[in-house]
Design a protein around this ligand. Sequence first.
Ligand SMILES: NC(=O)C1=CN([C@@H]2O[C@H](COP(=O)(O)OP(=O)(O)OC[C@H]3O[C@@H](n4cnc5c(N)ncnc54)[C@H](OP(=O)(O)O)[C@@H]3O)[C@@H](O)[C@H]2O)[C@@H](O)CC1
Ligand SMILES: [K+]
Length: 474
Amino acid sequence: MRGVHGVDEIRTAENELMARLPEGALMARAATGLAVECARLLGPVYGARVVLLVGAGNNGGDALYAGAWLARRGVRATALLLAPDKAHPGGLAAFRAAGGRTADPTPAALAGADLVLDGIVGIGGTGGLRDEAVPLAQAARDALTVAVDVPSGVDADTGAVEGETVHADVTVTFGALKPGLVVGTGAERAGELRLVDIGLAATLPAASTHVFEAADVAALLPTPGAADNKYTRGVLGVAAGSSAYPGAGVLCTGSAINGGAGMIRYVGTAADAIRAQYPEVVVQEGAAPDDLHVQAWVAGPGMGTDDAAHDLLAAVLATGEPAVVDADGITLVGSSPGLVRDRDAPTVLTPHDGEFARIADGPSGDRLASVRAAARDLDAVVLLKGNATVIAAPDGRAWVNRTGTPWLGTAGSGDVLSGLIGSLLAAGLEAPLAAAVGAYVHGVAGQLAAQGGPPSSLDVLHAVRPALREIGRG
Ligand SMILES: NC(=O)C1=CN([C@@H]2O[C@H](COP(=O)(O)OP(=O)(O)OC[C@H]3O[C@@H](n4cnc5c(N)ncnc54)[C@H](OP(=O)(O)O)[C@@H]3O)[C@@H](O)[C@H]2O)[C@@H](O)CC1
Ligand SMILES: [K+]
């Protein structure tokens, strides 16, 4: 599990750590880690051409010291100083002493570069890229680009982007992940992430935002013991699908089965389709949700938004069990938020951006803040889908999911996700963890399904079990 820390937290921790270390030690750690990553990416370094984009602050200092390290190993390094009077003096001296050259900051200077190092601006940046940096960022797109700490132009705290930014292939970040590297447009601009340990863990506070890795998810995934049976493994009630949209019910139910629910009770109005597809499901069409013995519910996908759907959703949410609400269910909650707010049991809401706007303000460019605010306001776990799905609990804990593929933006994909989260809730996982684990597994299933070409949601559904196997293997 990796912690994600905002800029203020990182600054405070850096200052505290710097006070304990000899001057320059922290930057030396950062720059060495950065240079080693660049060397790894270059392969043979001798004779390689590296161009440094150097801004006014310590971010440029990191680039210059890394450039010096590379130049000492035979790299032909050229620094383009965007603010020559403010370039980090120690870094520039070291760079020159190692044989590095400087040149005018023009796009032509980037031609033929094997690697461009973006040290324009890091966590000290405000606003988008400044005008003079824009043509350089554009020219860097033709080369392998490594961002120092943060792709310049990306808001390190939020992932929001105004105008042009550097598009990094790899971002080498120091001390801790920043929100802007894992959320929103910033996550796209950062490319692959490499974290350099500069010893910051000693002074950082506990993170309130986390990124799960396979081992974290494997440890949380329910596995039945010898004494378990279908009831103790978790019974899930499903109120999804309708005669008009049976497919949503089929995908959601199938995903809950593949996700490991011990048993499923189906109460939606797509009963015929469910019977035909899944003989193992107990179809109890018309039964009152409160009369059914289940450990959790999933409601909403394809259920429609008419009065009957509203009544069914209200009846599900009036039970004392945890519930996932998706799709049409979210639209219904938008006009009756009390259905969720007044519950005692946990609720997980899984909107995409359009659905989010029906239940909360936003999402703004600061997706984490928007989701946290919505979770607090609705007293529910909110999972906002996106290139990096964000999950927040009402108590402020949050997770960012890093698995997945843009191919998951396909009809029915959300039905698979909600069924999966439902099965994890039924197995007894705490609601925010069920959402975060479900998002992770769904993303891996999407990646596996996409290996064979553009996947349908049925392909993603069929990839859930292989995904669980792969995650379990670590
Ligand atoms: N602290 C530490 O111990 C360690 C820090 N480390 C490193 O330091 C980095 C933070 O350094 P930092 O604080 O010097 O800020 P930084 O991001 O270089 O920018 C500063 C200057 O840029 C300018 N500027 C602002 N916005 C801009 C924009 N949009 N576009 C262009 N320029 C813009 C503005 O200057 P101005 O031109 O306004 O005078 C501002 O003062 C951090 O990311 C990491 O890489 C590591 O070495 C580990 C140890
Ligand atoms: K940068």
